[in-house]
Design a protein around this ligand. Structure first.
Ligand SMILES: O=c1ccn([C@@H]2O[C@H](COP(=O)(O)O)[C@@H](O)[C@H]2O)c(=O)[nH]1
Length: 312
């Protein structure tokens, strides 16, 4: 799957991923009203609204982007109905040829991680049958429990030819509380990055590993160090746009081959119609605003990469 992701990034010249984080406040009133008329102001109504909203954005952008990253929390808040909308979104995106990165941030003791891995990336066995559960292409995982919490995910990825993005340095303001703590003189995120590089080197697919890392756009100096520590790992970079990360901060997340990083934007794309500069679209053309925001993001990142000499 990492090869498919890289191939799509190259073909579309777009190292970007659209985050599908559909909070109700971003969904146009006319979509919510139609969903509530059909299913009531209920969990099912909310789930219908987020599915319709997502479909509009996917239809308007799938030809420009290699991948999407649905954030499972935005669906889980609506219980089972929300998870059904999550699954519909995953399946629809795959039908449209998009690589799906499930932002699930799981990780537990080995036996529990194995169940998460099977449910999201692999197949669960029931008697003589086996079934895919959510069936995303990649998943984000939390390494806080150590190797035995990660290895079951790696095993499933190996079998299914899928991939992981392991949290190394997150984009949020308090990520340093634990991640930056010095352990034997070195920040913890560097030690996690080295471990990701080690797991990655054991699980290669051509030039890159299918074991990648998450490094926030909001810590560019750390991103530069981590790029060097994990040369073969793809970096998923959240924090561009709504969290303040800028294209020029991201050039060191890429390798000299112009590859190695994929930048996420969620609110900046899906709620573009509410943002300054996109007023002309209005609620009814929210998906066109998202398309324009994707084009703008792509140009912004490309021009920073060209200016810095990372790509020509
Ligand atoms: O370090 C991290 C890890 C994950 N995220 C997730 O990415 C998106 C960011 O959304 P924006 O609207 O573009 O800020 C969201 O799903 C986060 O849970 C992150 O931000 N930082």
């Amino acid at each position: 799957m990492i090869q498919q992701l890289i191939g799509k990034i190259q073909k579309m010249n777009a190292p970007i991923v659209v985050g599908l984080d559909p909070m109700l406040e971003y969904i146009p009133e006319y979509i919510k009203q139609a969903a509530y008329e059909e299913k009531g102001e209920t969990l099912a109504g909310a789930a219908e609204a987020i599915w319709q909203f997502n479909k509009g954005i996917v239809d308007a952008t799938y030809d420009l982007i290699p991948a999407v990253k649905p954030q499972i929390a935005m669906y889980e808040q609506f219980g089972i109905e929300g998870l059904i909308a999550y699954k519909r979104t995953v399946d629809y995106c795959k039908e449209k040829g998009l690589v799906v990165i499930g932002d699930i941030k799981r990780g537990d003791i080995g036996s529990t991680s194995a169940a998460y891995a099977v449910g999201h990336l692999g197949k669960v066995k029931i008697g003589n049958n086996s079934y895919y559960g959510f069936d995303e292409d990649f998943a984000t995982v939390n390494p806080y429990l150590g190797s035995d919490g990660i290895k079951p995910f790696i095993e499933v990825c190996k079998e299914e030819k899928k991939g992981l993005f392991i949290l190394v340095k997150t984009s949020n303001p308090s990520s340093g509380e634990f991640q930056d703590k010095l352990v034997e003189g070195r920040p913890l995120y560097e030690l996690v990055g080295e471990k990701v590089a080690e797991w990655g080197s054991e699980h290669m697919s051509e030039d890159y590993s299918y074991i990648g890392a998450v490094v926030g756009a909001t810590y560019p100096e750390m991103g530069k160090v981590l790029r060097k520590l994990m040369p073969k790992s793809y970096i998923l970079v959240p924090g561009y746009g709504a969290q303040g990360g800028k294209a020029e901060d991201l050039i060191h997340y890429f390798n000299k081959d112009g590859l190695g990083a994929i930048v996420n934007s969620s609110r900046g794309i899906i709620a573009a119609y509410k943002a300054k500069g996109y007023e002309k679209f209005g609620e009814s053309a929210y998906a066109d605003a998202s398309r324009q925001a994707v084009i703008d993001m792509k140009e912004d990142i490309q021009s920073a990469l060209v200016k810095s000499g990372v790509v020509r």
